[in-house]
Design a protein around this ligand. Structure first.
Ligand SMILES: [Zn+2]
Length: 255
């Protein structure tokens, strides 16, 4: 493990202030870079975007602040709610995703209590916050998808592997279902929430490379999973255990 120093953080263009949320409360961030090698390619995690190799071959820098105090407060509050709903407490940090937008759910605890870490790419984050005028709903949807993967690591990941051992499609659709479920639960608080718009922003990164291990599902499949989860969340009756089970059964039925 390599300690991330202030110079590295500043090199990302981010301010090294702590994100004011229990999830990310840590005095220093660590980057996983064994032997000075690359960080994220060593992680056994799930990836939001299709280009899993984007972080390969280089050190990946992480930071605990967006650089904007108001944004950090918004995100900190959202992360606490996500943690309560998903009943997991991963660390959260930004990382430099360069030109390839991405977010990750790592099994490794890079900071905070864990287990696991959600890593949000700064390029993805900045675009969603500045270009998508939805009050941060799409950012929350991405975070919810990653929290879904963290939840899967508690047991569903292996079950989803049994549905399709050749691709990550079941894992991705299940995380999409859980993201939709979370948005459904929060619909009343997000008046700007337009599920179709969220789906468009999320799944323009979806892929059609069916034989790839990284295959996430087609954009239509992903939106269908998101919508099904959303309907369940809107009812407000299912907790995360029931939602994860419902999502799993849906994906197994459709595979
Ligand atoms: Zn994913």
């Amino acid at each position: 493990m390599k300690m991330l120093n202030r110079r590295s953080l500043l090199g990302t263009g981010l301010v090294a202030a702590a994100l004011p949320v229990a999830l990310a409360a840590t005095a220093s961030a660590h980057a996983a870079g064994p032997s000075g090698g690359c960080a994220l390619c060593e992680l056994n995690g799930s990836f939001f975007g299709r280009n899993r190799g984007s972080a390969k071959g280089r050190n990946v820098r992480i930071a605990t602040s967006s650089g904007d105090a108001e944004t950090d407060r918004f995100l900190g509050s959202a992360l606490q709610r996500l943690s309560a709903t998903f009943q997991v407490s991963p660390g959260f940090a930004f990382f430099d995703d360069g030109e390839v937008e991405n977010a990750y759910a790592a099994r490794e605890t890079l900071l905070g209590n864990g287990p696991g870490t959600v890593l949000m790419g700064m390029t993805l984050f900045r675009r969603l916050m500045t270009e998508v005028k939805d009050g941060g709903v799409t950012v929350i949807a991405v975070c919810a998808h990653e929290f879904g993967h963290i939840y899967q690591y508690g047991g569903y990941y292996r079950l989803l592997d049994q549905v399709d051992s050749q691709t990550n499609r079941p894992h991705e659709l299940h995380a999409d279902f859980l993201a939709g479920y979370y948005l459904g639960l929060r619909k009343a608080e997000h008046r700007q929430l337009d599920l179709r718009k969220v789906g468009y922003e999320l799944y323009r990164m979806g892929d059609t490379n069916f034989t790839s291990r990284q295959h996430h599902g087609t954009p239509d499949e992903r939106f269908a999973a998101l919508s099904a989860g959303f309907k369940l969340g809107l009812q407000g009756k299912a907790d995360i255990t029931a939602a994860a089970k419902a999502g799993f059964e849906l994906i197994r039925r459709n595979s």
